[in-house]
Design a protein around this ligand. Sequence first.
Ligand SMILES: [Zn+2]
Length: 504
Amino acid sequence: MINFLPELYENELFYSVIARYRTKCGMVSGRALIEDLFGRYIVITSSNFPLYIKDFIRNLPPSSKIAEKEIIEKHTTFRFYTSFLSGEKTKLIYQTMEDGRNGSKLNIEQRLGFGGSKVRQLSYLRYCPVCYQEDLETLGESYWRTNHQIIGVFYCSKHHVLLKESSVLSTGTGIDFICADERVCNAELLEDKYPCTIKSLNLKYTHNAEVLLNGNFPRKELSYIIDYYIDRLRERRLASKNGSLYMKDLQERFMHFYPKQYLEMMQSSVDPDSPSNWLRLFVRHNNRNRSPLRHLLFLQFLGVEIDDLFENKKVIGKKSVQVQYNPTFDIQKRRKKWLQLIAENPNANRSQLKEKGKGLHTWIYRYDRDWYNKVTPKAALGKKKSAVIDWDKRDEECLRLAKEAVEIILHREGKPIRITPSSIRNTLGLGSWFHNKKLVRTQRYLKEVKEDIDEFRIRKIKWAIDEIIENNGVLTPYKVQLYAGFGGSNKVIRKLILIELDRM
Ligand SMILES: [Zn+2]
């Protein structure tokens, strides 16, 4: 039980009030401090997501009016980090912070969209030198603010100056409770070398992040959010009517909107040539955890305000695709029909046949042209001309199809499939002519896009990790290995899994 708790300042990090309490009662031992505050010793590894808040409240003097809800919602980064999670997941994180249950570092941070998405947390607490100076003048002391600890925020929203990184650890087992005082902070401004465009992009980002931090928006399901994005992309002509994304254009526009340097600062560089760059995966329906940082980057790119996403009621998203045909069956059926048409019109030339079998002709001509040329009678005049295949044109078409197939393979539900020339061809349901050397650009693309075996293994491992987390399973290397379908004894795979788990 503690006798008093300093009053919490606006936006003050829960961590910060503990540090001030410690200084005020002159407590040196970190362990004694924890036991004092929580009634027993617990390991604290994060200043942004403190756990065991219930135990803390229980140890406050009876006169204290502060409640768990207030601490979690107003004095941690909880609201920001859970903004784009479903109601259920948000509740789970809230409960974890409340009572510490299932509170391993891995569990909570994975769910919050670190790890898999490769957006890392900040390692040190940050502060604004102007806020610091003002605090000293008005309050006689300064404190750590929640809004300055948000990932991707580089400027103080109030003073528009660069935030400074202190030497105080904000995550990990080495956390100690240290006040924002002259030992670790100073009022000297950092020289701002960033171009104006970057500054204004980041101030907008900061504004949005603070809207999330201070607001209490209804939580939405991920599928709703993705559909919402698809709708906005459709309005910008970056998705088709039925919701297929024009990924190349989208990437181009996105990279035009954000300077390369900015994307690097935001840990969100886009490699347009990589079939699995984050942007491609981001706007797809898959269960991957996405960092709120990337949601904000994307919303800013779309030019929509935060409330619009949360208050919008209806989404369309991707319209369900027509029943998929069975290519092998279909090709035989079509060939038979085409032969029948020829037999029924013995004197017809190609253009007459085309006229008679409109849809059928289009399909066969596009996807089965070698066969078409072999069986279809040529016109009496100019027959050479019509027999020549326009390889260039077909190359272009095949290249487009191949790119689509890669997207389909990467984003299919269930266990990942390796990207290879034959998996691409199978996905499209095309004949072996697809590998014809004359399709120069297509063959080059197939070669380039082919997934390296280790790349593929890592993709499978990440998928398995996401799945296990999604199903609330316990994450162990062995389980990941089996889930990904590798068998339990492969040591090379085990090494890759350990690296991936370590990265989280
Ligand atoms: Zn400031």
